[in-house]
Design a protein around this ligand. Sequence first.
Ligand code: ZN
Length: 339
Amino acid sequence: MRIIQLDTLRESKQCVRVNQNRTYKPSREGLLASNVLVRLEEIGIALDEDRPLRVFNNGLVVLDDGFKTITDEKEKVDERHRKRRPKTRPRKRSARRKRTSRGSRQAFTEPRIGGNVLSEDYKNQLTRLAEAYPTLQTFSDDDGIWLQAESSILSGLARKAIFLVALPYKIGLGPRAWGFWSSGNRFWWIGPRHTNFLDGSICAFAQIDQVWSEGGDLRRLLDIYSGWTLRHLYLEVCGRWPGKQYALLDADPLVQAFYRRMQCKSDELCGCGSNSRRYAECCMPHDLRLNLVQLTTHFKRHIEGGFESRKPPDPIESFVNGRSTLPRMADVHLLIGSS
Ligand SMILES: [Zn+2]
C-alpha cells in the first residue's frame, strides 16, 4: 500500500477536535486554537520530510524554514541562533538524519574520560541555561544535579511542558528525564511513546544521532526534549508519530520487528530509522510475515518489563504533583548504583 502525503494531510485536518479522537488521551484543554493546530500540522508534515526545527528561548519550537510564516517569533531569536548557519551558505544535509529537534544550539562534544568530572561542566552552564529556560530550578543531589524547567512548545498552546532532569556527575550514566504536561494545577505524564522501558523517561535521541553527549550544552538538551514533546502533541492530536524514529536500536531484529508492529502506524516513517519511507512501504510487509505469537514470546524474553513498564517511577510522579519532596537521584536513575 502506498501512502501519499496528501492522505496524511487530509486525515490530520479532520482531527481538530482532539476530544473526538478516542484512540488517545483526550486533551485537557478540549480544543486547540486553530492557529496552534495549523502550526502543529505544518511542523508534523515538515518532520516527515526530514526538515529541521529550531527551538527558541522558553522551549518554543518552530520550523527552521527561514521564518517565512512565523514572523512574530523571529524577533526573539538570540545571537547564538544566528551564528549557526549563515543564510547565504547552502545547508549541509547530513547523511545521518536526526530523529529529534536539530535546534539552533550546537552542542555535541566528545565525552571526557573520568569519574565525577561533569560537575563543573554543568554548573558553569546554569546561568545561560536559565536565560534560555527562565523557569529553571536546580536541586543538588549526592550524585549530581536535578533540573526542572517549563517549556512552552508552541506559541499559543494552553498547556506547558515540564521537564524534570536527573543529571549525574559521573560520566557514563547519562541524563534521565521525565516530561509532564501542565495546565492549571493539573499535571500528566507525557508518554508512553518513545519513552524508555522500566522508567518511562524521555527517549528523544540515540547516541548515533550525535546531537548531545554528556557534558554538552544543557540548553540543547532541553531543546531536544522540547522537540520530542512537540512530536507527542502531534501524536495526541493527529494520531501518528511525526518524523524519523527508531525501534530499539541495537536490539535483535525480531525484537525490533515486534516493536514496530506494536508501535508504528502504517503511515509513520518506518521504525527502522528511515528518513523517507513509511512503515507500510518499508519494513511492514516483512514484519507482518513473522509469527506474532513467536515474536511476542521473543520480545518478552529480551525486553525486561515490556511495554507496560514505560511509566514514570512513583516518586517522580508524586514530586511533580506536589505530594512529596524530590527523590534521591539514586532511587530513580536506573544506572546509579548499578555501574
Ligand atoms: Zn523500515
